[in-house]
Design a protein around this ligand. Structure first.
Ligand SMILES: Cc1cc2nc3c(=O)[nH]c(=O)nc-3n(C[C@H](O)[C@H](O)[C@H](O)COP(=O)(O)OP(=O)(O)OC[C@H]3O[C@@H](n4cnc5c(N)ncnc54)[C@H](O)[C@@H]3O)c2cc1C
Length: 457
């Protein structure tokens, strides 16, 4: 019987972001005896809670304490620095675990799909966010902040993060755990004006009012909204029934009524009802062409339609922040249109049939929506389905993690345990303390591994 003291249910989770940890927690809280082994491609755990959440949002980052607690469970193991995919396939995990839960998140930005998007100076929010957060894959990205005007396409929380980090002063950032390399480059930044552009209107914006209020409190930056951009059609007025939209509108109206401070050197302009048409420039970004939109359709289902009227914003930087999509995991059914794993309520589906023992949670299951906490019910739903399926699950062939780790090592892997991570964590905190930051991150995987090779203490 799987799930007993004699034979615990063995679950592997791929990805150590919030959804992976919440899935582990749900399994530990069930009445069955389970072991959970999380495999993570980075040496560090916590996914976007570490590499996405903005460095100046320290309280939100504190959520990792909850995940540390889950990691303290006696039947929990972490295997960092192991990317599941081609060299270490999902099939190998399935040989050693009764069930595999894919929790890989959505790592790449959606592309705008417009001409000129590839010009130097046109970047994705995913790489910019990864850069300032010291993600090893993005920390060396050569951002050019020698330009005065930036345009951010998208009006979600991530777009607002990008605008805010571009416009904060060094004094506002230097005591956060922003990567030092990013801080040094931001100190030299020439950016003075950031236009944040939404396809639909202010009533449909996905940011939260707190994020906008924060923009109004920046030391050297005004937040500017034009009152005429806040005029709503009848359907949008109806959409204000929804509390978040109502709060956003109240906040935006306050911002529009507030005179900007001429002493502040930077400006963030929030603009609505415009879509990007093309990025222009001969050898780098010189401007962006936008088309004005109008909304059509029923309340809560309005879509943006181009009016044919275009405008040009001269700019040297463009950041697209219109959502994320997942990278397909080799051997796992993928829904290309949506950029997620094909699944029904967390059970992976192939050719219309459930794939026994294969599950998914979080952003790779449902797409990049919601906050960290939204992943908790999502992961609970999947854990519930897994537990419902347990009687029909064939036990894995080789229920032996040590054998798997030997196999992975023989394929060149250098696994990082949770204790190893604790050493990296302690070293980052010590480096941070020396410069008045909560931590100074290691941005290079080899540096982290070299630290682990040093004698402890
Ligand atoms: C820029 C940004 C800022 C955000 N800020 C906030 C915020 O302030 N507050 C808030 O509540 N929410 C915020 N969110 C949302 C929150 O981060 C997500 O809801 C949450 O992280 C999604 O969790 P996840 O586990 O599905 O994915 P992720 O957090 O992305 O975790 C996925 C993990 O899987 C690993 N992985 C991927 N592929 C593999 C593989 N093949 N093998 C092994 N490991 C793999 C990744 O390295 C990563 O660690 C933000 C999101 C973004 C993008």
């Amino acid at each position: 019987m799987l799930g007993t003291q004699e034979r615990p249910l063995r679950v592997a989770v791929v990805g150590s972001g919030p959804s992976g940890f919440y899935a582990a927690d749900a399994l530990f809280k069930s009445s069955l005896v389970c072991t959970v082994d999380i495999f993570e491609k980075l040496p560090s755990p916590f996914g976007l809670a570490r590499t996405g959440v903005a460095p100046d949002h320290e309280k939100i980052r504190d959520i990792t304490r909850i995940f540390e607690k889950i990691a303290g469970h006696e039947r929990f193991s972490f295997h960092g620095n192991i990317e599941i995919g081609t060299a270490m396939p999902v099939s190998l995990l399935r040989k050693h675990f009764d069930a595999v839960i894919l929790a890989c998140g959505t790592e790449i930005s959606q592309r705008m799909g417009i001409p000129g998007e590839e010009l130097p100076g046109s970047y994705t929010a995913a790489s910019f966010v990864g850069w300032y957060n010291g993600h090893p894959a993005h920390c060396d990205f050569p951002f050019d902040l020698s330009q005065e005007v930036a345009v951010v396409i998208g009006v979600g929380n991530v777009a607002i993060d990008v605008a805010r980090i571009l416009c904060k002063t060094v004094d506002e950032l230097k005591h956060t755990d922003i990567s030092q390399q990013a801080l040094d480059m931001l100190a030299e930044s020439k950016v003075r004006e950031v236009h944040v552009i939404g396809r639909r209107g202010p009533a449909q914006a996905k940011f939260r009012d707190q994020e906008i209020k924060e923009l109004t409190r920046l030391a050297d930056c005004n937040c500017i909204v034009r009152a005429e951009d806040l005029l709503l059609n009848e359907a949008s007025e109806r959409e204000l029934e929804e509390p978040a939209a109502r709060r956003n509108m109240a906040c935006l109206r306050e911002v529009a009524a507030h005179p900007s401070d001429p002493a502040k050197r930077r400006q963030i302009h929030l603009g609505f009802l415009m879509s990007p048409v093309r990025v222009q420039g001969s050898s780098r970004v010189e401007s962006i062409i936008l088309e004005r939109n109008q909304l059509q359709g029923e309340p809560f289902r309005q879509s943006a339609r181009g009016t044919g009227e275009v405008l040009e914003i001269p700019c040297g930087l463009v950041f697209s922040s219109i959502g994320y999509r997942a990278i397909p995991v080799p051997g796992v059914p993928f829904e290309n249109r949506l950029g997620i794993i094909t699944n029904h309520e967390g059970r992976v589906i192939e050719d219309g049939h459930v794939v026994p023992g294969l599950y998914t949670v979080g952003w790779i299951k449902r797409g990049p929506t919601g906050l960290i906490g939204t992943n908790k019910p999502c992961s609970h739903e999947t854990a519930q389905k897994l537990l419902e399926d347990i009687a029909a699950l064939p036990p894995c062939e080789v229920p032996d993690t040590a054998a798997l780790l030997r196999e992975l090592t023989s394929r060149g892997a250098r696994p990082v345990s949770f204790d190893d991570w604790r050493r990296i964590d302690a070293a980052e905190r010590a480096r941070g303390q020396a410069v008045g930051k909560p931590r100074e991150r290691y941005t290079n995987v080899n540096e982290m591994l070299a630290l682990l090779d040093e004698p402890a203490g």
